[in-house]
Design a binder for this molecule. Structure first.
Ligand SMILES: Nc1ncnc2c1ncn2[C@@H]1O[C@H](COP(=O)(O)OP(=O)(O)OP(=O)(O)O)[C@@H](O)[C@H]1O
Length: 185
């Protein structure tokens, strides 16, 4: 698995650590690192609106297919699991970590809540499983980026193509109530 050409997507809720892990994973594998946001803007196939990337997913997939298929590359971005890749790494983190990081980044309470809730109910994992068979889910909570990447490399090296169901945040619901958009808030 590691030897052959492979497109690997690193996806997950904003603030989960995609960029941090994708860069390190690409380096360890000797793969090209592709930041999808930059990929889109450089090709003029999308635009930034209030820091949100607006892009036609099918058009992005077409460009990824045409330019990257058959290459050794790690795609970083919250749309990467919707691309024609060979393996999807879904990063997870305790929703309160997402809340803390996005609040520190200056996101509005609304946007923080939206992303904390998405992490709570496994939105990206479900989307990835809708699109791909080869999905590896990794809980990054309490792990250094190096440890997360080692865990991913061990799984890839041992030929694991699918490993999901590693987190269930419903047990920590009451810890994250402060970040949730409850009721009409
Ligand atoms: N394993 C980790 N342990 C501690 N902090 C981490 C870890 N991974 C990422 N971080 C920190 O969390 C923050 C978000 O990381 P990063 O930007 O990689 O997330 P992201 O998922 O790419 O976010 P976005 O989707 O908004 O680009 C950064 O401050 C980063 O340093």
């Amino acid at each position: 698995m590691v030897g052959e050409e492979m497109l690997i997507a690193v996806t997950g809720t904003p603030g989960v650590g995609k960029t941090t892990v994708a860069k390190l994973l690409a380096e360890k594998l000797g793969y090209e690192y592709v930041d999808l946001r930059r990929f889109v803007l450089e090709r003029g196939i999308g635009e930034l609106k209030y820091d949100e990337l607006e892009v036609e997913v099918d058009e992005l997939a077409y460009h990824v297919e045409r330019e990257l298929k058959g290459k050794r590359a790690v795609l970083d971005g919250h749309l990467s699991h919707l691309m024609p890749v060979d393996l999807v790494i879904v990063l997870r983190a305790h929703p309160k970590l997402i809340g803390k990081r996005l609040t520190a980044r200056g996101y509005s309470r609304e946007k923080v809540g939206e992303n904390v809730e998405a992490e709570l109910v496994d939105v990206i994992l479900v989307e990835a499983l809708d699109e791909h068979e080869n999905v590896i889910e990794v809980d990054t909570t309490g792990k250094r980026p190096e440890e997360v990447v080692e865990e991913i490399l061990d799984l890839i090296r041992s030929g694991v193509k699918k490993r999901v169901g590693v987190v269930d945040w419903s047990e920590v619901y009451d810890e994250i109530i402060p970040y949730l958009r409850l009721g009409g808030e």
